[in-house]
Design a protein around this ligand. Structure first.
Ligand code: PEP
Ligand code: MN
Length: 358
């Protein structure tokens, strides 16, 4: 296959860049988002989900088949391919009929070889580019298997998308990146470009850039990032979508390191340790917030009972017990003293505010 025959092409520094809304909601929402995205840079494709797999019924399940008409028009007007998720053979048929030639299999489809096979059969002899997201849970076999099934149907333009994995452990991110599994996939399928979907890994817009940078540091071949003209009003994944302006700033801010900079295993280890630290810091913050809530309750109680906010003996007792607990964990006395003085000071400040409230 010649590069100029590819439906999906890298656009910047050899990287694929895909952006667009989680879901195509209305023609205007799609058009406005796309025009703001393409105003500043070329994209490999625009993403826009038409059928949305929802865990529970009742949510927005996508605009469905009628949206394909808007997509086809936008694709033509902006001269950029549109990519959509397909979950069964019927979706493939309708997408192709509408002239959509870039398709992806979602995480909830990759887990099911029956669906994957059905889609692969519908793609037999079809000229399309297909991207396969990793399955919901960390099973690399299902991911490789899905890519192999699609390849067997004759699709030559194949990419993998890493969107993280479901995890029971408390997580900073919506989906656990488990970077090592994406690297493992590269070992299995050397020729397949792997792009990262930081939006579905992060789950929160303020973390998307951080995940995107890690993906670049690990030499991923590109990024798929959800963007929406008005993210907080999005009908799906409102918390993780970013405006086209933020998307451009994020891409402009990425640091592309050369392949000889530390990558592969070293970076996976560093990233894995950093993610653990991030999760622990989040837990620390959640704990402090819980402590402050209880301290507020105490403030109300003191106010009702006409008690003074600060009691010297109680503070002495706190300092003594906390520094003792800390030294049992090899944490220096000065450190614990400083840490709790700060927490206590802030807590007293909040209680004072409660006391003075009319
Ligand atoms: C999506 O891309 O909007 C989507 C549903 O993603 P995933 O299959 O990764 O959950
Ligand atoms: Mn989404």
């Amino acid at each position: 296959m010649r590069v100029d025959e590819q439906k999906l092409k890298p656009v910047e520094n050899g990287k694929y860049l895909i952006s667009g809304p989680c879901s195509a909601e209305t023609e205007a929402q799609l058009r406005d988002t796309v025009s703001k995205l393409l105003e500043r840079r070329a994209l490999s494709a625009i993403r826009a989900g038409v059928w949305k797999p929802r865990t529970r019924p009742g949510g927005f399940e996508g605009s469905g088949r009628p949206a394909l008409e808007w997509l086809a028009q936008v694709q033509k007007d902006f001269n950029t391919p549109i990519a959509i998720e397909v979950g069964n053979a019927q979706h493939v048929e309708w997408a192709l009929e509408a002239g959509i030639r870039v398709l992806w299999l979602g995480a909830r489809t990759t887990v099911n070889p029956f669906y994957v096979q059905e889609i692969a059969d519908a793609l037999q002899g079809v000229d399309a580019a297909v991207m396969v997201k990793n399955p919901l849970h960390p099973d690399i076999g299902l991911w490789v298997g899905a890519i192999e099934r699609v390849a067997k149907s004759g699709v030559t333009e194949l990419l993998a998308i890493h969107r993280g994995f479901f995890s029971h452990d408390p997580q900073l991110y919506r989906n656990d990146p488990k970077w090592e599994l994406a690297i493992e996939l590269r070992r299995h399928l050397r020729e397949i470009p792997i792009i990262c979907d930081p939006s579905h890994i992060a789950g929160k817009r303020n973390l998307v850039g951080h995940v995107a940078q890690t993906a670049m540091d690990l030499q991923f071949d590109g990024l798929m990032i959800e963007s929406h003209i008005d993210p907080s009003c999005a009908l799906s994944d409102a918390e993780q979508q970013i405006t086209p302006e933020v998307f451009h700033a994020l891409i402009d801010g990425l640091i592309l390191r050369s392949a000889d900079a530390p990558s592969g295993e070293t970076l996976i280890n560093v990233s894995a340790l950093r993610e653990k630290i991030d999760s622990i810091d989040l837990e620390i913050i959640l704990f402090i917030a819980r402590r402050m809530k209880i301290s507020d309750e105490l403030g109300h109680e003191k106010k009702a009972k006409n008690m003074a906010i600060f009691q010297a003996e109680r503070w002495m007792e706190i300092l003594q017990s906390r520094t003792d607990w800390g030294s049992d964990q090899q944490l220096r006395e000065e450190f614990i003293e400083e840490l709790f003085s700060l927490i206590h000071k802030y807590s007293i400040h909040r209680q004072t505010e409660i006391m003075h409230r009319p």
